[in-house]
Design a protein around this ligand. Structure first.
Ligand code: PLP
Length: 619
């Protein structure tokens, strides 16, 4: 309820289920049932589930919030949103946003030439903006300038004085009057993970001195009439609304000054920064925001209105490049747990004649795990275990006794956990003994920001939510890298280092959902250990099963990932065949083994990179 933003609920059967707050009468769509139905179609975890109505919803909410803000505040200008392609470049996402955003003349922001190519292949409405940011070479500039002739509403945002010279030269050659913008550095700094994008030490945009020089050059070259947009960007996921307000106020100061200098500005582009409340804390911290989308829009409209009226200027068209807000909630990453390493055990080991006396001392601790001697019992357990390990290292006890030591320790840990549950005082120390759940995924491929910048996503089991989760676990991925671990979680009382989970059941799938992963994750992911893209399934929340598969993108095959790192899969197969042939010729392999090996190699090349579970999903 806290972080789900009304998009998630739990059914009475304990299933996590998707819902649309705007359609309360619609039955929630169970995620385990969806996984089951996908498994019937041969699609299994890990998968990225894209929920199309969630994408539509965010886009609609953004436009509705600006419309309401303009009405409430009496703002006379228009809002023109653009989607920054870098936040999610996937073709299906972009075309959906353009289709749904058509009514609002929703446009695109590009920050590179490949992104420009994507934008120019979209059926943008003539009023929709195509904002060109980023470093632009001659080819980029030429194409962007010419695109205006083909009906695109393209704005070239000048990022540096040198870039202006390129634009001026090519526009003059082509005899085109371009629509120009200028990216400014604000002096206000904002909080959050991306604070380096703000302030005068930001790597992007022009400071006050360069800006004045640019205005002089625009005037001298006769291009000042083309300057119609002012661009600022504070960085992504700005946590504090006060920072946003202050930055908008400073942007207005620049706008007023530039206008006074003769720039016929009509558009104020405030970039990205509109955040997502991943933790639901409504707090001014890295993974949350202390404002709603409505508050964001109202604050911008109010700030701009006051500033423009004080300066006697018309209200400009407000442009935002909100990416994270538009796409984050629309994707859910779901992986299955393959195995667990438990740090307690219900099984009490039998001591043998001849066992070292410390083993009986260790076993005897069980007799005084009670409220009065809990701490003493815990200290003794650690002492006896460590002494026994030292004896093993010195060759004084054998492997069998070491095994009984470890088993006794795990058994006692379970007794302590039961007692600590009652008394609570040892829970922190016992917390270090959390279970390790081994997940069928790659953190580096599917959740790169969790690894790189400690991004927190809401994470929870998607089934058995009507059953107390009586274990605590961290998740390890399939890579042979200890960094491939999720060990920070959004919990009831704040951030915790282990997630409450259920014990695994034999033959029954246990799926974990990682929510709100639609922004930035898909293309930032890498091929560590050569785990490729997981399959992507896009669903709508309609149809006889409660959902319909709109689109399915296969995950990377092994042959594909091999080719990404410059192997020719066919050549690999040939090389393998030759080795096998030699082994057959030497009598080490039989012809039937040759057939089996070659078939296994070929089918592996065509198969996926993730762990293939043969057992069916039950439950
Ligand atoms: N615009 C520009 C220029 C950016 O660099 C970014 C990302 O940092 C965005 C827009 C998107 O920001 P957000 O995802 O916070 O909306």
């Amino acid at each position: 309820a806290r972080w789900g933003d009304g998009l998630l609920t739990a059914t009475s059967d304990g299933d996590a289920a998707l819902c649309l707050p705007e359609m309360p009468s619609k039955a929630p769509v169970s995620l385990p049932a969806t996984m089951h139905a996908l498994s019937d179609r041969g699609i299994s975890a890990p998968i990225l589930l894209r929920v199309q109505p969630f994408l539509d919803r965010s886009l609609t909410r953004l436009h509705a919030a600006f419309a309401k803000a303009f009405k409430d505040v009496g703002y006379q200008g228009t809002y023109r949103g653009v989607f920054p392609i870098k936040v999610n470049q996937q073709s299906e996402v972009i075309s959906r946003l353009i289709r749904v955003g058509q009514a609002h003349h929703y446009g695109l922001e590009v920050g590179s030439k490949p992104e420009l190519m994507i934008a120019l292949a979209q059926p943008l409405s003539p009023q929709a903006l195509l904002i060109c940011n980023g470093a632009k070479d001659e080819g980029f500039v030429r194409l962007a300038l010419l695109s205006g002739k083909a009906g695109f509403n393209t704005v070239l945002v000048i990022e540096s004085l040198r870039e202006f010279e390129t634009i001026r030269r090519i526009a003059t050659q082509l005899d085109i009057r371009p629509q120009l913008g200028v990216r400014l550095k604000l002096t206000e700094r904002v909080g959050g993970k991306w604070q380096a994008s703000s302030g005068d030490r930001s790597a992007f945009g022009l400071g006050g001195h360069d800006l004045l020089t640019l205005v002089q050059r625009l005037k001298a070259s006769g291009f000042i009439d083309c300057l119609m947009l002012q661009h600022t960007h504070l960085g992504s996921q700005v946590p504090d609304i006060i920072d946003i307000r202050r930055a908008a106020a400073e942007a207005c100061r620049f706008y007023v000054e530039l206008t006074a200098l003769g720039a016929p500005l009509t558009h104020m582009d405030l970039g990205g920064g509109l955040g997502v409340d991943y933790t639901g804390a409504r707090a001014r911290d890295d993974n949350s925001v202390n404002y709603s989308v409505q508050e964001y829009c109202t604050n911008l409209a109010e700030t701009l209105r006051h500033a423009m009226e004080a300066a006697g200027l018309d209200h400009p068209t407000i442009v935002t490049e909100s990416g994270r807000f538009v796409v984050a909630q629309s994707s859910i990453f779901i992986f299955d747990v393959l195995d667990a390493t438990l740090y307690d055990s219900a099984e009490k080991p039998e001591l043998r004649d001849g066992d070292h006396h410390l083993l009986s001392d260790l076993a005897a601790v069980e007799g005084y795990i009670d409220s009065t001697r809990l701490r003493e019992a815990f200290n003794d357990t650690i002492y006896y275990r460590d002494e026994l390990r030292a004896l093993f290292r010195r060759g004084q006890i054998d492997l069998e006794q070491l095994a009984r030591t470890e088993q006794s320790f795990l058994y006692l840990a379970s007794r302590f956990k039961a007692a600590a549950h009652i008394h609570g005082d040892l829970s922190a120390e016992l917390g270090t003994g959390v279970d390790h759940y081994h997940g069928n995924f790659s953190l580096f491929q599917s959740l790169p920001d969790v690894w790189a910048i400690d991004q927190l996503h809401p994470i929870m089991p998607i089934q058995r939510l009507n059953e107390a989760p009586n274990r605590r676990a961290v998740f390890h991925d399939l890579t042979c890298d200890s960094d491939g671990t999720i060990n920070r979680f959004i919990l009831e009382g704040g951030i915790g280092d282990a997630l409450p989970v259920h014990p695994l059941r034999e033959g029954e799938a246990y799926h974990i959902g990682v929510f709100f992963v639609g922004a930035y994750q898909e293309t930032l992911g890498d091929l560590h250990n050569l785990f490729g893209d997981a399959p992507i399934v896009t669903i709508t929340l309609e149809g006889p099963d409660g959902f319909t598969i709109e689109h399915e993108t296969e995950g990377d095959s092994i042959a594909e990932v091999l080719s990404y790192v410059e192997y020719d899969p066919g050549a690999c197969l040939d090389a393998f065949r030759q080795t096998v042939e030699k082994a057959v010729a030497a009598g080490k392999l039989s012809p039937s083994e040759r057939r089996m090996m070659t078939a296994a190699y070929k089918s592996s090349l065509a198969g996926h990179t993730y762990f293939h579970t043969a057992s069916p999903i039950i439950g």
